[in-house]
Design a protein around this ligand. Structure first.
Ligand code: PEP
Length: 256
């Protein structure tokens, strides 16, 4: 089965809504139809930018898709400060990142919370970009596969095969995020391949073959091609480099 690559830009807590408009405009200008035929291109702005991005994308019929960086596990009610899946769906979001290591580290999100958020995303027809990945001590002890697979297991509790076949996974080793230290293509393949094999065990080969698995962690235009050449890597989740539209566009053209 051929999987269309996905290049997704995680803006984190950067760019106000005016900067967001300028960034998406520049990105749209830098990409052409051939680029969009080759890869799906997504941006994941802060919540406060989503309406502006929606207006621009819809108004100019851009082929860029967008999503949020998190959502509430609840669907509505007395949860001050939270944003529901229904709100994101209403704003035209396609994707929502769940379980990013910065959420796990700074907001105490554990596997049951991540699982609840995955289920919440499906309730509102959002596609989760589920992030997993080990920290440095686990990597140094050689436990990266077991650790990432166990995060996958924890996130997929009560997720049906039909739902799972549309999920996007992102293998993001914590030691590579924002550090400039990118995983080698072989390192990325090792864990991405193991995640796909686990999907085949949890569901079946068809689900495993359908799911897109991204690599994330210090991706730049000069290191993306080797990673994308790996059989189980179907794209990239890009943090810092996605804030520069010219650089992000080059990443989206990874094979050139
Ligand atoms: C990320 O935030 O998901 C990420 C991969 O960041 P960076 O590309 O900056 O390492």
């Amino acid at each position: 089965m051929s999987r269309k690559p996905l290049i997704a830009g995680n803006w984190k807590m950067n760019l106000n809504h005016l900067e967001a408009i300028a960034t998406v405009q520049k990105l749209a200008f830098a990409l052409n139809d051939k680029d969009f035929d080759r890869a799906e291109v997504a941006v994941l702005p802060p919540y406060t930018d989503l309406r502006s991005v929606q207006t621009l994308v819809d108004g100019d019929k851009l082929r860029i898709v967008y999503g949020a960086q998190d959502l509430s596990q609840h669907d509505g009610g007395a949860y001050t400060g939270e944003i529901s899946g229904a709100m994101l769906a209403k704003l035209g979001c396609t994707f929502v990142t769940i379980g990013h290591s910065e959420r796990r580290q700074y907001h105490g999100e554990d596997d049951p919370v991540v699982n609840a958020k995955v289920l919440a995303a499906y309730r509102h027809s959002l596609t989760p970009i589920l992030c997993v990945g080990e920290g440095l001590p686990v990597r140094q002890a050689g436990g990266q596969v077991a650790y990432s697979v166990s995060q996958l297991d924890g996130a997929l509790n009560k997720v049906t095969a039909e739902q799972a076949s549309s999920i996007v996974l992102a293998y993001e080793p914590v030691w590579a995020i924002g550090t400039g230290e990118v995983a080698t293509p072989d390192d990325a393949q090792e864990v991405c391949g193991a995640l796909r094999a686990r999907l085949a065990e949890l569901y079946d080969g068809e689900v495993a073959a359908a799911v897109r698995i991204l690599y994330g962690g210090s991706v730049k235009s000069d290191n993306i091609s080797g990673i994308m050449a790996q059989p189980d890597v179907d794209g990239a989740l890009v943090g810092g480099a996605s804030l520069d539209p010219g650089e992000f566009a080059k990443i989206c053209r990874f094979s050139e």
